[in-house]
Design a protein around this ligand. Structure first.
Ligand SMILES: Cc1cc2nc3c(=O)[nH]c(=O)nc-3n(C[C@H](O)[C@H](O)[C@H](O)COP(=O)(O)O)c2cc1C
Length: 218
């Protein structure tokens, strides 16, 4: 079986298309507007979970780390995500707020890379976000254990059940470390696959408060 799977890995095809057209000359001045245009195209093409993105961070030793998170919202200039500050990524972000968010939507052959700084939102904002979460998600967050080792499954379940019953008694409890971060971008790259491999890359750079667009070699 291992060999078959490895054969399949070696013979896997990527970027088969057809893909939607990307008219670079018509791209908007702001990367957020292009992001929203592309997100709409992803929705129109039934991209599976287009809001799932990879959040890359670095740890205290400068070692990169990455995991998939949900994009929660956007505004004119920021991308939002939420997590517990006690998690691995939360600790990494406390030490170094530099992040990269990346999206890959295979159905449309599009990749987006957003580099910037993650900024914590205030307590009220975080609480509002927390209360929108499902009960189990809130109970898990209330244990405050994300990314910690599970030494005992029964102790883990006991704590989870304790938090579930606390929520039964008071549904307004908020996990203190639940935090929404907004990513202020300084660079955003849009990558459109081409079946012939003449991919189109457009990168926005923030320079003196203005977005400047440049083409990149594929
Ligand atoms: C599609 C998808 C969405 C996810 N959304 C979130 C999220 O919004 N917040 C979060 O903390 N973890 C989310 N996770 C779990 C993270 O990938 C990760 O396992 C968790 O946050 C712990 O990461 P850390 O150990 O680097 O802190 C999601 C995972 C997937 C696959």
């Amino acid at each position: 079986m291992g060999k078959d799977v490895r054969d399949q890995i070696r013979n896997s095809k990527t970027l088969l298309g057809p893909f939607p057209e990307f008219k670079v000359e018509k791209s908007p001045a702001s990367p957020m507007n292009l992001f929203l245009e592309w997100f709409q195209v992803a929705l129109d093409h039934h991209v599976h979970e287009p809001h799932a993105m990879t959040l890359s961070t670095v740890d205290a030793d400068g070692r990169p780390d990455a995991r998939v998170l949900s994009l929660k919202d956007t505004d004119e200039e920021s991308w939002y995500f939420a997590t517990g500050t006690g998690s691995e990524k939360g600790r990494q972000l406390d030490g170094n707020p530099a992040v990269c968010l990346s999206f890959y939507w295979s159905e449309v052959g599009r990749q987006i890379r957003i580099r910037g700084q993650a900024v914590k939102m205030n307590e009220e904002f975080n609480a509002r976000d927390f209360l929108k979460r499902g009960k189990m998600a809130r109970a898990i967050a209330l244990t405050g254990n994300q990314s910690k080792l599970i030494d005992s499954q029964s102790a883990f379940e006991g704590e989870l059940n304790r938090q579930l019953s606390n929520l039964e008694k008071d549904s307004a409890i908020i996990a203190k470390d639940w935090t929404v971060y907004r990513v202020q971008a300084s660079e955003v790259e849009f990558w459109q696959a081409d079946e012939e491999r003449l991919h189109i890359r457009l990168k926005y750079f923030l320079q003196n408060g203005q977005w400047v667009k440049k083409r990149l070699a594929p």
